[in-house]
Design a protein around this ligand. Sequence first.
Ligand code: URA
Length: 439
Amino acid sequence: MRMYDLIAKKRDGGEMTREELQFMIDGYVAGRIPDYQMSAWMMAVYLRGMTAPEVAILTDVMAHSGDMVDLSAIEGIKVDKHSTGGVGDKTTLVITPVVAACGVKIAKMSGRGLGHTGGTIDKMESVPGTRTALGQEEFFRQVNQIGISVIGQSGELAVADKKMYALRDVTATVGCIPLIASSIMSKKLAAGSDAILLDVTTGTGAFMKTVEDSIQLARMMVDIGARNGRRMAALITDMDTPLGRNIGNSLEVIESMEVLKGRGEADLTEVCLQLAANMLVLADKGSLSECRAMAKAVIEDGSAFEVCKQMFACQGGDVRVLEDYSLFAQPEASFELLAEQDGYIWANDTEKIGSASVLLGAGRMTKEDAIDPAAGIVLHKKTGDAVKQGESIATFYGKPDTFAAAEAMYRSGLTYSDKKPPEVPLVYARVTADGVERF
Ligand code: URA
């Protein structure tokens, strides 16, 4: 077999076999196939697409290019959750304890912030002392003892994806649905859960900017999972506006704890309830409405918050901060972003808000950057809200020398109108192996 022929086959719209995909991925990981040939093949995929069986095989082969986590030492159905990324997207911190409090084991690996989007592991580490790098034995023991552990990705999952993603980044092949779907799902298959709930975000703060593209991506990922023996569901959620009001690591932990204490922001609480209910359905806990009621009940009776505290405590975190937020590391300074005119906020580009928070120190501009756990933004006015000139739209937290650049970034995505913009749904659709249900 020659890579040259496989590139030509895909260029001409052919469907690759398992043997061909295995030859290509094995050869690429081993360094026998050079970057320039892999780039050419990925560009051919970008232009020609892949069939459903073909992309499911590619994903399986990519998953097996690294460690495959074996969660069989943990009893019961293990349900994972993955978000395609967002700003102020702290749902994992809320729904994993909720689902665990309902009796479903959570053995989850999460990521760090990427670009303008935040990551669960950075958020967790803002709780002083929290360890997110547990060995496999300790990870499994904790899940068996208290029902939950969320840790950073350990080992080498989906090695092929790491190499392919870096190449896509510099060859204009990132925005290709089969390549995105196989990239995400290869890591999810390798992480070992029986069931996977996908939160596919859509809008200015998301990877996918339109609902239709998000549905297409969700359908492909659900199909890949199902063909590889996993129970799957996806929700298409709005990311044209940040979720909740807080953006930044400790700020997002605080806002998540408020949801777990039953007094969270309405939009964040609603999305969390829908995500948690869908995870519980995947774990065979009942119908959607029964599962939603269970999720609500463990928030109302405080048991989800208790599970969350137990998780942080087991991982070394100082859980006093979850009760008394003043014990979190405090920001050096704050800055009020004032409205320039009266009117409604017509648009507030969420990627720009995320980038502003990165400039404040809440995320990394290079891999080596340290994060300021206290940096971030609290939104007082969001898209659709009425404002008066001089009123505070948002408070920035961080070092004073970061405020000017963050303000310019934030304002570059902010527009006003004398008309109120139309409301958009929080959740646009639910995608399962049975089809797409639009809301
Ligand atoms: N996240 C991933 O892991 N891969 C992609 O291709 C896009 C987002």
